[in-house]
Design a protein around this ligand. Structure first.
Ligand SMILES: C[S@@+](CC[C@H](N)C(=O)[O-])C[C@H]1O[C@@H](n2cnc3c(N)ncnc32)[C@H](O)[C@@H]1O
Length: 236
């Protein structure tokens, strides 16, 4: 019962944040949502189903060719639901996780220590923007955004698409999940989930020389869809 009340109180606090942050950039609002949700439960904060969705991400990237020697950028890594699997598998230093929520990253570091994986030397960083300017010349073989574009307004996705090439090389594949809105763009009542038509995302990518295709083979329990984002390489 205590936990039910705590959960209800967390939902109320998230609801009230909408008003407090109504004139602030969406990212600030969502970081505040993460702060409140992480204080309640860092596994619940990233959507729960911890084992299932953590494993799903890992199995998917393995099936798409991820090897221990590859480098991975986990964009919006949260409290490392998928991250722990990748960190265990990849060579030391080959995993980088970034997130806008310091609380989620702190929880991730605790899970990392509990799992005895600190010697895998993952890089976990607070993200301050969407322009990747703090990565200098670093490029990743794979990029993953699991349940992140589902929490981003269209303008932020456009900024991401305009800059993500800075951390991609010609063979990089950026896998990102999204909620398929069919023909509509819409958001949940509490403004925490966004749904987009796939053609909108595909055309937005094309504007920034990205080729975006659907990957139909992603059995997400909440019906998030997967897309693969590649650099459009000049064929001449
Ligand atoms: C639903 S959680 C998923 C976390 C992780 N990918 C997983 O599967 O467990 C969404 C995460 O994306 C982060 N996030 C949202 N917008 C972001 C942005 N613009 N840049 C980086 N992280 C972001 C949130 O802070 C949150 O940790």
């Amino acid at each position: 019962m205590g936990s039910l009340i705590a959960k209800w109180f967390t939902r109320l606090r998230v609801h009230l944040l909408q008003y407090r942050y109504r004139n602030r950039p969406y990212r600030e609002y969502y970081a505040a949502v993460m702060r409140v949700r992480t204080a309640y439960d860092p596994k619940f904060a990233v959507g729960g189903r911890w084992e299932e969705i953590g494993r799903l991400q890992f199995d998917f990237l393995r099936a798409r060719g991820l090897q221990p020697t590859h480098t991975l950028l986990d964009f919006g890594c949260g409290s490392l639901r998928g991250g722990l699997h990748f960190i265990r598998y990849l060579e030391p230093g080959h995993y980088t996780g970034i997130d806008i929520s310091p609380e989620a990253l702190a929880a991730g570091r605790q899970f990392l220590a509990q799992a005895g994986l600190e010697d895998r030397k993952p890089v976990l960083r607070l993200s301050h923007g969407l322009t990747f300017d703090d990565f200098s010349s670093q490029r990743f073989d794979f990029i993953l955004a699991q349940s992140v574009l589902t929490h981003m307004p269209r303008q932020d996705i456009e900024t991401l698409f305009a800059h993500v090439h800075k951390v991609m090389h010609p063979a990089t594949v950026f896998y990102a999940t999204f909620f398929d809105g069919g023909t509509r763009t819409y958001t949940s009542a509490d403004r925490t989930n966004f749904h987009y038509p796939f053609p909108l995302l595909r055309d937005l990518g094309a504007k920034y020389s990205l080729r975006i295709t659907r990957d139909p083979d992603y059995p997400h329990p909440r019906k998030q869809q997967m897309m693969a984002i590649r650099l459009l390489i000049d064929q001449q």
